[in-house]
Design a protein around this ligand. Structure first.
Ligand code: F6P
Length: 402
């Protein structure tokens, strides 16, 4: 065997930017005199049967802006190292030994595993078995610990924001309530960010318990300001007020979520007798070209992963802590989630704008304190400046008519 080799695979649900990682890794490997091998269909291609292709700068040309993955992927099969998020499942030692043999026979110095929580949990077990791996974090849900951003997330929120922009105009024309269901299995990042960027009025996420009363209250409150349409964004993984998530159990795979949007819409219609429609964005969020941000992040991840192999930093994962790409042990990223912080700045900013999370802000919450302070400040100004009051009244009237 003439040259040293690096292996790469993409595992779990796909997302925009996977091809950009592959291209980045292939180009960076080439510069360092390495050959690159791409295993097909995630971890499945590693053993029985071994399926791979040689990756070259030539056959990865033009894939930077392509959605999906040229290597294929799967989120089921023999390589499942978790049940849900927290529980570890031991991989079959024969399977691990088989993978080890493949890696040795192909002369692979390091294997770059691109995946989300479940896939990185597999990489962690490979590492413990002695298989040389490095990780690259991926998921549109952005719920992985140890990194501020996974690639794919920015493309997904771009898609969801676009959808909200479109729903906005039709909602306004027909004076309807529009419910948009977006992905987000355990975390509400997509709903939160798209909701803010797309001017959502109500955002329902797994991290904040909500009630129909509060959702309806927000709709009526808008109506009292002559705003006769409302945009509700709901994450697929949000819990219903009566408990439980909406989806179908799957044998040998994680529950297939979906349907909460329809349930929320039906209940709003039942309670308020207002025309309500639902759109489910589903896998549109996972497809298509990556955004500029995701291309840059994914390319850096690919190049940095190759550097980790070169430095022999196995068992580590690339991560992004703005402004730098860094690395952490894979174990720090798996089996724990990075969820939306209910009192974090994004939620607070949304609340400050009047966005409802379908809850009543608790008296003792930092946000409630902030409202009290700003109420006091407004009262002061009103007392001091009569023109200001007039301006405010005019602005309010204009807004109500817009
Ligand atoms: O984990 C990413 C994700 O997009 C989730 O938000 C969603 O529940 C899941 O993948 C759907 O996966 P699939 O339909 O590919 O099984």
């Amino acid at each position: 065997m003439s040259k040293k080799r690096i292996g790469i695979l993409t595992s779990g649900g796909d997302c925009p930017g996977l091809n950009a990682v592959i291209r980045g890794a292939v180009k960076a490997s080439g510069q360092l005199g390495y050959e690159c091998v791409g295993f097909l269909k995630g971890y499945e291609g590693l053993y029985d049967p071994v399926r791979y292709i040689n990756l070259t700068p030539k056959n990865t040309t033009g894939i930077l802006n392509q959605g999906g993955t040229i290597l294929g992927s799967t989120n089921k099969g023999r390589f499942a190292a978790t049940v849900g998020v927290a529980d570890r499942v031991e991989l079959d030692p024969d399977l691990l030994a088989g993978v080890q043999t493949t890696i040795n026979q192909l002369g692979i110095e390091g294997l770059v595993c691109v995946g989300g929580d479940g896939s990185l949990a597999v990489a962690q077990q490979f590492h413990e078995f002695g298989i040389p791996v490095v990780g690259v974090p991926k998921t549109i849900d952005n719920d992985l610990s140890a990194t501020a951003f996974t690639f794919g997330f920015d493309s997904a929120i771009d898609c969801a924001t676009n959808a909200l922009d479109r729903l906005h105009t039709t909602a306004a024309s027909h004076e309807r309530i529009m419910v948009l269901e977006v992905m987000g299995r355990h975390a509400g990042w997509i709903a939160l960010h798209a909701g803010i960027a797309g001017g959502g009025d109500v955002i329902l996420i797994p991290e904040i318990p909500w009630t129909y009363e509060d959702v309806c209250h927000k709709i009526l409150d808008r109506e009292s300001q002559c705003k006769r349409f409302t945009l509700v964004v709901v994450a697929e993984g949000a819990e219903l007020p009566q408990g439980g998530r909406v989806g179908e159990a799957q044998s040998g795979a994680q529950e297939r979520l979906g349907g909460i949007g329809q349930i929320v819409a039906a209940e709003i219609e039942r309670r308020l007798h207002r025309e309500t429609r639902t759109s489910v964005l589903g896998h549109l969020q996972r497809g298509g070209a990556p955004t500029t941000f995701d291309r840059v992040l994914a390319t850096q991840y690919g190049a940095h992963a190759v550097r980790l192999v070169l430095e022999g930093r196995f068992g580590e994962m690339v991560c992004y802590h703005p402004p730098e790409i860094q690395n952490v042990p894979i174990i720090e990223a798996v089996n724990k989630l990075r969820q939306v912080e209910p009192y974090g700045s994004a939620v607070q900013a949304a609340r400050a704008l009047g966005v409802s999370f379908g809850d009543q802000v608790a008296e003792e919450s930092p946000f409630a304190m902030q409202i009290e302070t700003s109420k006091a400040a407004t009262a002061n100004e009103v007392e001091l400046d009569a023109d200001f009051v007039l301006d405010l009244a005019e602005a309010g009237a204009e807004e109500a008519l817009s």
